[in-house]
Design a protein around this ligand. Structure first.
Ligand code: ZN
Length: 234
């Protein structure tokens, strides 16, 4: 079981760890600050150093309960001590994008209180979220963008909290992702931004002002009650 360091500290850029399993060009570490692919967010990239020897981390994936760091070459062995370094510029952009996705949902729900997220993907240049909305016109899109940027300007703290699973399930507002059940963990981790709470295991900035300006780049109808909003951060 790999300890996921980013759950408690999204700003951790470097860490020391031990290789507990090696298989070709991939390794399991006892602890990692690399975000694991999932929840609509790409994994972190970066490097693992064994003394001065560098191994590039190309992807980090969960498989059968284990977290595999996929490297550019073989060579690391169980027992090796390594230093992990995250490609910070890339990760910080993803943190801003991910937090922007929460803010966008807050803005959408202010206009459409019953709207739920039906899908989404965080990426470096452009991200997207899908909502079960009947329509989106230019005026509505403008209102959503304005509201989102008000939340950014309000410089609200982004708090990370945890609740025992049973208690979390008593708060329906925590679960905004339609048709998706949270992982079967004993505790549910969630974010709080103003009055908004949202079960999430992703990486976030610690204040909405770090997101920068949110720009809705385009929208797309994905059916009668499903609308896609593309956005970026500036
Ligand atoms: Zn999140």
């Amino acid at each position: 079981m790999t300890e996921l360091l980013y759950l408690n500290d999204c700003y951790l850029k470097e860490f020391n760890a031990k290789v507990i399993e090696a298989q070709g060009n991939r390794v399991v570490l006892d602890r990692t600050a690399f975000y694991v692919l999932g929840g609509g967010q790409p994994a972190d990239t970066g490097k693992l150093l064994r003394s001065n020897e560098e191994f590039r981390v190309l992807n980090v994936r969960r498989e059968a309960g284990r977290v595999w760091h996929e490297l550019d070459r073989e060579g690391l062995q169980a027992g090796d001590e390594v230093k992990g370094i995250i490609d910070w510029e890339r990760r910080y952009k993803l943190m801003r994008m991910h937090t922007a996705a929460h803010i966008l949902t807050m803005a959408v729900q202010e206009l459409f209180p019953n709207a739920l997220v039906t899908g989404g993907q965080i990426d470096l240049e452009e991200s997207r979220d899908d909502y079960n909305l009947p329509e989106l016109n230019e005026e509505i899109v403008k209102k959503i963008e304005e509201k989102a940027n008000e939340i950014v300007s309000a410089a609200l703290p982004v708090e990370i909290k945890e609740l025992p699973r049973e208690e979390a399930f008593k708060i329906p507002q925590l679960f905004k992702l339609r048709d998706v059940l949270p992982p079967s963990l004993p505790k549910i981790r969630f974010t709080r931004i103003g009055n908004d709470v949202n079960a999430c295991g992703g990486t976030h900035v610690k204040n909405t002002k770090e997101v920068g300006r949110i720009k809705i780049t385009r929208t797309k109808s994905k059916g009668k009650d499903n609308k896609r909003i593309y956005f970026t951060v500036e």
